[in-house]
Design a protein around this ligand. Structure first.
Ligand code: NAD
Length: 249
């Protein structure tokens, strides 16, 4: 379902917007009257996505784990659209599936650099623009793995727990402003991110979902776009479940 003009006049930055959940969020925001900057490290996928999304979409090649690259992407986006009202941080990687003691340190650092530092750099760079205009909506995509800790995904689980912590801090810091910061914690949703995981891990994630199925990108996008809309005005620093019944808190 789409809401007419819910994002009219609003500009959204969507990291990882070329694929999966980020792309579904971009589709909804554009379909509801907004504009979107598709920030993705995969420049080709980003420009293909923007072309598919139409004239109010802009592809920006950015590596969120690189602070300079993020700052350049902000400048490019503001130059194109004039302002940024919504930030959705969807860019992430899973890293390999291995126990904590077998986990390669360089892979650990890469997961933390993209999934945690990337979210921090984006929030750090964009919040001042939101403060200046006295309005903003930040939605960080965490994961149920951050609440529960999935075995054989220690870096990913750690990174998503960190995103939850960052969102809680940020939400409170901004609570007296018209800027909200929330996060969502999906269970497994079939997207290209599955290509990074072993089948055994995918089977494990499915076995943990009481509804007995994977989530759909549109089910996540529906929650994210509500959190990204003006209507979400009394929730901040909060964690929103979309896990087919897996979450117990
Ligand atoms: P996806 O792989 O389909 O999309 C991720 C996008 O992020 C890709 O387009 C990729 O190119 C981009 N990206 C990766 N590294 C980047 C970087 N350094 N800089 C900029 N862009 C980068 O994945 P998805 O399933 O859509 O996942 C989106 C978000 O949802 C992620 O944060 C993921 O952790 C989270 N999540 C996914 C699931 C799931 O099962 N799909 C479950 C819970 C949480």
């Amino acid at each position: 379902m789409q809401f007419a003009d819910r994002f009219k006049g609003r500009v959204a930055v969507i990291t990882g917007g070329a694929s999966g959940i980020g792309f579904a969020v971009a589709e909804r925001i554009l379909g509801e009257g907004g504009a979107a900057a598709i920030w993705d490290v995969d420049a080709k996928a980003g420009s293909d996505a923007a072309a598919k999304l139409g004239r109010n979409a802009l592809a920006v090649a950015v590596d969120v784990s690189d602070e300079t690259s993020v700052n350049q992407a902000v400048a490019q986006t503001v130059k194109a659209f004039g302002h940024i009202d919504v930030l959705v941080t969807s860019a992430a990687i899973t890293g390999p599936n291995a126990t904590t003691w077998d986990y390669p340190p360089e892979k650990w650092r890469q997961v933390i650099d993209i999934n945690v530092n990337g979210v921090y750099y984006c929030c750090r760079a964009i919040v001042p623009y939101m403060q200046a205009q006295k309005y903003g909506r930040i939605v960080n995509i965490a994961s149920i793995a951050g609440k529960e800790g999935n075995p054989n995904a220690p870096a990913y689980s750690t990174s998503k727990a960190a995103v939850i912590g960052l969102t809680k801090s940020l939400g409170k810091e901004l609570a007296k402003t018209r800027i909200t910061a929330n996060c969502v914690t999906p269970a497994a949703v079939k997207t290209p991110i599955f290509d990074q995981m072993t089948q055994a891990h995918i089977d494990f994630m499915l076995s943990k979902i009481p509804m007995g199925r994977f989530g759909l990108v549109d089910e996540v996008a529906s929650l994210v776009t509500w959190l990204a809309s003006e209507e979400c005005s009394f929730s901040t620093g909060a964690v929103f479940d979309v896990s087919g019944g897996r979450a117990t808190y």
